[in-house]
Design a protein around this ligand. Structure first.
Ligand code: PMP
Length: 426
């Protein structure tokens, strides 16, 4: 590590304390971004295969100028009339079926989920929340309690119950009928709440289960669960913080893998391309009921600058056909990864949708044994090849590939070449 980085690391530890985590054995010090590329303090560039926040590319000029123009004329809290929030709410709700007609704004995915739970609890009269067993939904207290990836099992409150992550590659139910067997687990979760005397309020799911290993839900899984939880008087919350805004290629939202409409949809990260903007979108009747009990105010959520950023992001997604790009380049990346898997035994599974991919690395293909240490070495090796990627999953043996949506076939080639070289050098 160079002297400057060492000094920054010491300052960071001293000033921010030990709860913060950095990526890489030797942290990367990024000073500039452009499109899919990040540049460090020495001027070396990295292909960003990790960041979904700069959705339409780092420092996209259209977003930068929209933010700059708005910040030059006005930014204020959200208790005055302003056209931006209305224009944005109109454009955003137009991305949903008619019944999801009301948008409430916040700054982070955690807040959007927090509000979703409050609405669900108010409108159902229940408190119970059902969530996948290695989920991440954010960092407020209520959301930490349902973030089963983070919260120690002995701290999980009794109103939180889990269903297994529907992983048909390495989970309990594998193969073709795994999806329906996983969906059946919702009955056990509801029974457990009933046994505890707790009324269910919501089922919440990251519609491509990122923390659980970038697991795309099996066909029919979400729709089946929505049907069952509604029968039990609870609501279905789709967390689109990761898969939303066209990332999955085929659809604009991850939940659209099935033909059904969630009761509440939450979103954040990519919405403002790095500017903090999040939303909870739901049906008017639920908001009416919520509003009869309480009101909602968020100082920064939906402010004129944030909404200018949100509008500009939607412009770019549409004008540059980024959803279509995610589909096309995603398929291309898939093919290339499948080819690599023929060469490298360590690649156990290639999965994902659009520009949200996972490569599961295994020590033994037949037994599907997680190659955890190898995955850590691969992430470090990729960095040396100028590629930033991440690892995820219960056993941290899954390479997570989630680049900005302007990722091209040429970028995919660059990645595949670097990945191949790293795997050859293992
Ligand atoms: N939901 C999901 C699925 C997430 O991945 C995250 C963040 N990684 C959040 C919610 C929380 O978003 P934020 O960090 O903006 O609060």
């Amino acid at each position: 590590m160079d002297k400057n980085s060492k000094h920054m690391l010491d300052r960071r530890r001293r000033l921010l304390g030990p709860a913060y985590r950095l990526f890489y054995r030797e942290p990367v010090h990024i000073v500039r971004g452009e499109g899919v590329w990040l540049y460090d303090q020495a001027g070396d560039r990295y292909l960003d295969m990790y960041n979904n926040v700069p959705h339409v590319g780092h420092c996209h000029p259209h977003v930068v100028s929209a933010i700059t123009d708005q910040v030059k004329s006005l930014n204020t809290h959200t208790r005055y009339l302003h056209a931006n929030v209305l224009d944005y709410a109109e454009r955003l709700t137009a991305k949903f079926p008619d019944e999801l007609d009301t948008a409430m704004f916040s700054c982070t995915g955690s807040e959007a989920n927090e509000l979703a739970l409050r609405i669900a609890r108010t409108c159902t009269g229940g408190t119970g929340i059902i969530v996948t067993d290695f989920a991440y939904h954010g960092n407020t207290k209520a959301i930490y309690e349902i973030s089963t990836e983070d919260i120690p099992s002995d701290e999980v409150p009794e109103y939180v119950v889990t269903v297994p992550t529907p992983d048909v590659y390495a989970g309990e139910f594998q193969g073709k009928d795994g999806g329906s067997r996983y969906a059946e687990c919702i009955y056990d979760a509801l029974s457990l709440l009933k046994h505890r005397g707790i009324k269910p309020a919501a089922f919440i799911i990251d519609t491509i289960i990122s923390s659980g290993g970038v697991v795309a839900t099996p066909l029919g899984y979400l729709a089946k669960i929505a049907e069952v939880v509604r029968e039990a008087g609870a609501l279905f919350v789709a967390d689109e913080v990761q898969p939303g805004f066209g990332r999955t290629g085929r659809n604009f939202w991850g939940y659209q893998i099935d033909d059904f409409v969630p009761d509440i949809v939450t979103m954040g990260k990519p919405m403002g391309n790095g500017h903090p903007l999040a939303a909870t979108v739901t049906r008017r009747e639920l908001v009416d009921e919520f509003a009869a009990h309480t009101s909602y105010f968020n100082t920064f959520g939906g402010n004129p600058v944030s909404c200018a950023a949100g509008l500009a992001v939607l412009d770019v997604i549409e004008n540059e056909k980024l959803q279509e790009n995610a589909l096309e380049v995603g398929l291309y990346l898939n093919q290339k990864l499948e080819m690599l898997s023929e060469k490298h035994e360590v690649i156990g599974d290639v999965r994902g949708e659009g520009l949200f991919k996972a490569v599961e690395l295994v020590a033994d293909r037949a037994a599907r044994t997680p190659a955890t240490e190898i995955t850590a070495d691969v992430v470090e090796g990729l960095r040396k090849h100028g590629i930033l990627a991440g690892s995820i999953g219960k056993t941290n043996n899954i390479l997570k590939l989630r680049p900005p949506m302007v990722f091209s076939k040429e970028n995919a080639e660059f990645f595949i070449q670097g990945f191949d070289e790293v795997l050859c050098g293992l």
